[in-house]
Design a protein around this ligand. Structure first.
Ligand code: MG
Length: 301
């Protein structure tokens, strides 16, 4: 049985009736931060509580890419293709240089330590945008208990001079984020009170103004149920493919849920990759899945 639920005919064109949900690996703790390296035909992703970044290739299978990882969470690539990552333990944003050195790009705002950067994306102008909630330093499981010094915030980092700018700070817990393909919109998951009876489950959308230096006030774009949105990616047409409690939900730019892919474990994050960026790699609790779709991911991860 195909693992799809089609709620809107648009979704029927994005899925393949004969494409199975394939398990690529299991036995991890909690997966996050998947990013595709087309030039190396490999996927990198975080096995967060095990303090490592994993690497997967079609022919070579699974290997450890980096351990310790500073309890790495979200990943992306900058405009030069370098790996950009979030570290819970070291409370910073890092860049892995082409020679393998690791550069800390940001670890403080206004003299205070960042909390636990969670997810990160790059804009085509080279700026790096990331969420900095408290989740990662609330427990020893995901990087070690530490005292937060700053409110949960969404930042824009200009790596040219290292300046950090607060783009929005009216969050309980900002999490995954992504630009629309034309970069006029920014989507941000808010997932505060995750284990409470009334968790925050929505994705907000902001207008990107003033050449990326300003955001409008956020408005609610979509409310995920069941579960909550952690990470997501967009496809080339601007549909948002989000993690959810029962799998992956596909949400149109107008906020309509088009359909879903059911996954047996809670999904935290995902990314498009593979040939033509049409394979969806899904981080689901302790298991990595993949499924081919009939849609291509946006050009920028
Ligand atoms: Mg996250």
């Amino acid at each position: 049985m195909a693992p799809f639920e089609i709620l809107d005919e648009r979704f029927r064109h994005y899925v393949l009736a004969n494409a199975p949900l394939v398990k690529l690996g299991e036995g991890f703790a909690w997966l996050e931060g998947a990013v595709w390296f087309a030039d190396q035909d490999c996927l990198l992703f975080s096995d967060l509580p095990n303090d490592r970044i994993m690497r997967w290739t079609e022919d070579g299978g699974m290997s450890v890419f980096r351990r310790p990882s500073g309890f790495a969470n979200g990943h992306t690539r900058d405009v030069q293709g370098r790996l950009i990552g979030c570290s819970h333990q070291h409370r910073c944003i890092t860049r892995t240089e082409l020679d393998g050195r690791i550069t800390v790009l940001a670890d403080r705002y206004g003299g205070k330590r960042l909390n636990s950067p969670n997810d990160v994306i790059c804009r085509s102008d080279g700026t790096i945008w990331f969420s900095d909630p408290h989740y990662g330093i609330n427990t020893d499981y995901e990087g070690g208990k530490q005292i937060p010094e700053l409110p949960p915030t969404l930042y824009r980092l200009d790596p040219k001079d290292g300046t950090l700018r607060v783009m929005a700070d009216d969050f309980e817990g900002p999490n995954g984020l992504a630009f629309s393909p034309d970069e006029r919109l920014l989507y941000v998951a808010e997932s505060g009170r995750q284990f409470a009876a009334d968790p925050v489950q929505h994705i907000r959308v902001f207008d990107v103004l003033d050449e990326g230096k300003l955001l409008s006030a956020g408005r609610i774009f979509h409310t995920i149920t069941p579960g909550f949105a952690d990470g997501f990616r967009l496809d080339q047409d601007g549909n948002l493919w989000s993690s959810a409690g029962d799998g992956v939900h596909c949400i149109a730019p107008d906020g309509t849920k088009l359909g879903s892919i059911s996954v047996p474990f809670t999904v935290s994050n995902l990314t498009f990759g593979g040939r033509n960026r049409c394979r969806l790699f899904i981080c689901a609790s302790h298991t990595l899945f993949a499924i081919y779709t009939n849609q291509r991911g946006a050009e920028r991860p």
